[in-house]
Design a protein around this ligand. Sequence first.
Ligand code: GLY
Length: 373
Amino acid sequence: MPLIPVTIDPLGPDRSYDVLIEAGAIDRAGEHLSRFARNDGFTVVTDTHVAKAQLPRLEAGLSAAGIALDPIILSPGEPTKSWGELAKLCDALLERGIERSDHVIALGGGVIGDLVGFAAAILKRGCNFIQIPTSLLAQVDSSVGGKTAINTGAGKNLIGAFHQPAFVLIDPDTLDTLSQRELRAGYAEVVKYGLIGDPKFFDWCEANVAALLAGDQAARAHAIATSVGAKAATVAADERETSGRRALLNLGHTFGHALEAETGFSQRLLHGEAVAAGMALAFRFSAAHGLCSQPEADRITAHLRAAGLPAGLADAGISASGETLVVHMLHDKKMSGGKLPFILARGIGQSYLDRDVSLADVAAFLDAETRRI
Ligand code: GLY
């Protein structure tokens, strides 16, 4: 099973780490994680849902190597990524006497990974943490690369830090307990890597999506390994999103952010669903401006729909005007110098960062999209 290195700033202090992808890895957690344990124990942070499905496996896996587990169990869902929960978590970690050299384990989806990562970034000015992502979205995106954050009243992920994990352990078997809807939403972030820079992987996605969503082990291992490989290379090249390379990972996110804001960041539209619709919109916008061909944009729309994902405003249940959606975009944290950068495409696998997109054009395009079926 693959061990993918994430090489961060090779000339600076050593912050590089490995991502292990192995079916059943949680059952063998003692073997994989014993080198990180202090006094034969770990503090593990998770949520009530994941605790039910995965904590007993992790406990058994660690105890096989004589390692004890001290769980902190939080409420599931986005509201947990808040100042209040962050403060409570930091207090709980301090009460347990966590030291800077300790490794706190984040067991869960993106919410747990982002919150625990941020707590680790600030606790005693920085302690170590290990990601054990249990959702497809967290496995292929948020657990790798060190973006950690909480939400505030002003918006999502506005307070946070870049803080790389010490190790990422991905066990694709955790996907067995995920709902189909969550699995599909995570799949949007898988397809994204093909659309950004790997047309052959997009071909593979078209041929294998049904098997992957049905739980085929080989298909999901390949999808996760390819996605993590692409993410690792991107993060190694541009850890802090300064050169523009890491910004490509935001394909579909600016359009998607407007859709999430319009639906109140609620269960009406999951993040991955908004990204799927946003990627289709980004390609159709690119086609409308002669950047990529219309058949390529249509191919993406068809694929996302075949995967059971929304590929436009109507699919996402949105009838707002272009102007309303653009106003949502202006609250995006990616605004820079009064401009909003967009990820557009010259073709499948040829995404690029465009800092000169006219918001009037975007609003007109979205108005035309609201009239589309
Ligand atoms: N999820 C986008 C990034 O990690 O940069």
